[in-house]
Design a protein around this ligand. Structure first.
Ligand code: ATP
Ligand code: BTN
Length: 239
């Protein structure tokens, strides 16, 4: 995978969304600093130079499009594997978060773009290495950091993450999310806990989180029976 590193940009996801149509091979774009980082559902992603990793991987999506919903979950498994290899144990929150000790260490934002050769997935990852107090105050909730990773060689850390991601994405294209569901469920942060599924703040469902199925849908045991929740712009909260 070709790698480009830039000192500063608005958003690596925005950059690769613009360039995806013209790409003919996967590309990893790493920014030392992002000034307009994007989160899910139109939120912003804050990061300080040197204290975080912000990067995006443009990857040709050659699996059936209905498999897309499982992609952020497969990426979560790949990140958890790479972090474990670096000595950091994490858990996964459906659909797209990496948690450490219950708060958010990393987020995944996947956007798609169609180009001449087909559909490209732009897989954006933001990971907190250190979290300055004033930035946490601006985010407005407790977030996790991994100072141990901040002490590692950055190129080595990025190489470990990229290897794991590329292997997982190749497996995902071949076999779909089914190849990841058991591993995802072992890493599930909120298994058996009561959770609420929120859409712009409003509770859609509440139930016991029972892991994910082979398509990456969240299984929720509610009073009315078992529900399957598709990943969309919904958020989970524990109750
Ligand atoms: P999601 O559905 O993406 O998990 P959420 O509302 O459940 O969203 P939380 O992890 O509970 O997310 O809250 C964190 C919020 O702060 C999110 O909107 C997240 O995008 C935002 N945020 C911005 N910068 C950071 C950062 N560096 N680390 C963690 N969260 C951040
Ligand atoms: C989320 O949890 O809301 C997703 C956060 C994704 C942030 C990363 S940082 C690199 C890439 N570029 C962006 O603008 N966003 C993603």
């Amino acid at each position: 995978v070709a790698v480009e590193v830039v000192p500063e940009t608005g958003s690596t996801n925005a950059d690769l969304m613009e360039r995806a149509a013209a790409l003919d091979a996967p590309l990893l774009l790493v920014a030392e600093h992002q000034t307009a980082g994007r989160g899910r559902a139109g939120r912003s992603w804050l990061s300080a130079p040197g204290d975080s990793l912000t990067f995006s991987l443009a990857w040709k999506f050659d699996a059936p499009l209905q498999q897309l919903a499982g992609m952020p979950l497969a990426v979560g498994v790949a990140l958890a594997d790479a972090l474990a290899a670096c000595g950091v144990q994490v858990q996964l929150k459906w659909p797209n978060d990496v948690l450490k000790d219950g708060s958010k260490l990393a987020g995944v934002l996947i956007e798609t773009q169609s180009g001449a050769g087909g559909i490209w997935a732009v897989i954006g990852i933001g990971m907190n290495l250190r979290m300055p107090d004033e930035m946490e105050a601006r985010i407005g909730r407790t977030v996790a950091a991994a100072p141990w990773l901040a002490q590692m060689d950055r190129d080595q850390l990025m190489a470990t993450l990229l290897d794991s991601l590329a292997a997982a994405l190749a497996e995902f294209s071949r076999s779909g999310f089914g190849a990841f569901s058991a591993r995802w469920n072992r890493l599930h942060a909120w298994q058996g806990r009561t959770v609420a599924v929120l859409d712009r703040g409003a509770t859609l469902y509440e139930g016991l989180a029972a892991g994910v199925d082979d398509s990456g849908r969240l299984l929720l045991d509610c009073a009315e029976g078992r529900m399957t929740v598709l990943a969309g712009d919904v958020s989970l909260r524990t109750r």
